[in-house]
Design a binder for this molecule. Sequence first.
Ligand code: GDD
Ligand code: MG
Length: 425
Amino acid sequence: MRIETSRHTERFGAVRLHDVQRVLLLDSGGEDSSDAPEIKGVEKIGEERIRAIEKKMAVVIPTKDEKLKIFEGVISGVPHDCLLIVISNSQRGDINRFKMERDALAQFCYFAHRPALIIHQRDPLLTEALRRANYSDLLDADGLIKEGKCEGLIIGFLFAAMTGKEYIGFVDADNYFPGAVLEYIRAYAAGFSLSESPYAMVRILWKYKPKISEDELYFKKWGRVSEIDNKYFNILLSARTGFETDIIKTANAGEHAITMKLAEIMPLASGYTVEPQQLIFLFEQFGGIMPTSYQDVMTEGVDVFQIETKNPHLHEQKGEEHLKDMLAGGLGTIYHSSLCEPKLREIILEELKNHADFVPGEEPPKPLIHTPLCKIAFGKFKEFMLPHLSVYKIDGTQEKSTYLSTPGAVTFINGRDEKKKRSKG
Ligand code: GDD
Ligand code: MG
């Protein structure tokens, strides 16, 4: 892969915010594929470097009732050496979409000769493991893991940590283009290969997010919400440093990856605040303005890469209603941060009145922030979960007769085959 060198980096305390680096070439061959001197301003990241990182990376795909054809495309885009972890919250009733996903994944793994993990978010075994690890803030009133993408990502973290991975990347399951998925993950690897710190994060900026406009595709660059969120993140930084900036371009990067060392200390927030709250966490903890609980990270610094892909991003259109919630959630992360000064709070409220129908006196929701991994009893989670790992594992060697079952004949409960459970007793 070739990407632009980071030519402009802004420092906010120990956080190194790299300006957008464009992908120039998806595949640049091996490290020794050319003797020509490298061009200044361009980083060549050879296949060996990319694959070395992919081998240490878990790719987590959160999914909830996505179309199976699209899900199948997404999994096929994940590079061979990454550990594929699917965290599903799909329905398991008469129409068992979770089972369909599991079957499709097993078939893929069989032909691709690779393993994968697939876990249902509402699995009672998992709940028990979380209870033992004192991770009760992830549980709802019924004692099951809360619904939501963020909660799915946290489960992904736990399994990536349990399997000893060093990097974790996220990819939504509703992406129409398997090639885009492949590029995101290669860009994650490229970013990590350029990092000077074990605490790093790569956030994807799409070249285009096409929309259908009067029967034609229009290759839109910026989403409405992300444009506004980026602007307010930049205002926050400008107000704090006294120098105007436009460095933040990925406030809402659903597609992102984190080194496990950073993921362990980074709390995730529910709903549409996951990605903006990650930035707030970094600015609060390592911006040098507020005291930090993690001195080692202050010393090493945190690298935040923003990489622009070649592929456009086309995902399922699920209506526009949630855009206002997304905007309120994103701006709420800034509004409720102790870095936000009263003047900025006022203009955020004005923005929400204009674009999210806020009434006078209404405030954006406070992000619901979950405990980070380093603060739970992870050892207890692992101790309970490891002996059960085979329940969630697809090892890629199962014969067709065992990975595919007659539709409707078996239902999966807790990721297990109910027929097997019955025959056991
Ligand atoms: N495990 C799990 N559990 N996955 C879920 C759940 C859940 O409860 N709810 C949704 N998902 C999955 C979806 O199936 C999809 O793969 C992914 O999470 C994102 O959900 P979407 O509903 O497609 O979100 P979006 O397209 O509105 O928003 C995306 O882009 C935003 C920025 O533009 C997400 O990536 C957001 O996180 C991001 O902020
Ligand atoms: Mg989507």
